[in-house]
Design a protein around this ligand. Structure first.
Ligand code: ATP
Ligand code: MG
Length: 314
């Protein structure tokens, strides 16, 4: 059962427009739908000509929009980690983690980690309430790191769990010779009691769930949006190549604003070759924002027709 639709592509190609159109149509068909923006430069509310509000907002029957506040996500994630570290490593108070807060938020990978956790939490929280999720993704660089992160995290966490297992084994050896109280009463030697091991396991489960969601075509579908213009095509080629490397498939390539230009044949062919297994769809330039909004349901219907194939009910 398809649950989540992602729209990826270069800045300005139409990701927000198309994700809005698809969600609008799905909701109109009576499917409760949540449209989520992971793009730090949010513009979902602008698209629907609404004043932005924090948190989920119901814009019509069966349709909610949510712009993930990445600053808040990072703050929350850091707060949680520092709290837990303080509890687990009481003797390390000297580290003064709070003092490093403002610097830690700029750590490499922090933004994508926070966005991924936010997406995971949103999907869990809304699972029973909506039938579909549509995700408007950030610019290419960040989006690719986001899609690659679950696998990378899984690798790291696996290694860290092995390391922790060794530490627990050593502890066990020591306490079996010296007695249980030798290392202190609250120092665990069992995997299912050790807070660090439990934390690593819970992080691993989040990464694994996201990875399996991204890989399973029956649960998620990814649309690559491109314009008939050389730079967006080149970026789409780069995305398609990266997706291959990550072992992820592209389900649909949308050639949006078709009349806006004629693509160079060799670039066009390269993109076609790389996305052979995907569906392809051409959408014309619909004129200004007003005529675009007026056609939202029609555009969404065209997208749904391609994306909900293979007998998937909607
Ligand atoms: N088929 C279309 N016909 C006419 N205008 C379009 C079409 N698709 C998108 N647009 C317009 O192109 C501009 C960019 O679209 P949109 O904001 O959806 O792109 P985006 O990929 O989300 O951009 P960003 O990366 O900046 O978030 C908008 O002004 C939108 O109204
Ligand atoms: Mg956008």
């Amino acid at each position: 059962m398809t649950e989540v639709f992602f729209f990826i592509g270069k800045g300005g190609v139409g990701k927000t427009t198309l994700s809005s159109a698809l969600s609008f149509y799905l909701a109109e068909q009576g499917n409760p739908t949540l449209l989520v923006s992971l793009d730090p430069a949010h513009n979902l509310f602008d698209f629907f000509d609404l004043e932005p509000v924090k948190g989920p907002f119901r814009i019509k029957e069966d349709l909610w929009i949510l712009e993930i506040d990445e600053e808040e996500q990072i703050r929350d994630a850091l707060k949680e980690v520092t709290e837990r570290m303080k509890q687990t490593y009481r003797h390390l108070q000297i580290l003064n983690l709070e003092g490093m807060f403002d610097v830690l938020k700029y750590s490499p990978g922090m933004l994508e980690h926070a966005l991924l956790v936010a997406l995971d939490e949103t999907l869990r929280q809304w699972k029973g309430r909506v039938r579909y999720f549509v995700v408007d993704t950030p610019p290419t660089g960040l989006a690719m790191r986001l899609f690659g992160l679950p696998r990378v995290s899984m690798l790291w966490l696996k290694k860290l769990r092995e390391l922790r297992r060794k530490i627990l084994k050593r502890r066990d050896e020591i306490t079996s010779v010296r007695g249980k109280s030798y290392l202190g009463e609250d120092v665990s030697t069992e995997e299912d009691e050790d807070p660090v091991m439990l934390e690593l396991l819970s992080q691993y489960e989040v990464a694994e769930e996201m990875d399996s969601l991204l890989r399973d075509r029956n649960r998620s579908r990814k649309s690559l949006v491109v314009n008939h213009e050389e730079l967006s095509m080149r970026e789409a080629i780069m995305i398609a190549e990266e997706f291959r490397t990550l072992g992820l498939g592209i389900d649909l390539v949308v050639y949006n604003k078709a009349a806006a230009g004629v693509p160079r044949q060799d670039i066009h062919t390269r993109l076609r070759d790389l996305t052979e297994e995907a569906e392809h769809l051409e959408l014309p330039h619909f004129g200004n924002m007003e005529s675009l909004r007026a056609r939202l349901s029609q555009v969404g219907g065209t997208l749904a027709e391609k994306l909900l194939r293979d007998g998937i009910q909607h």
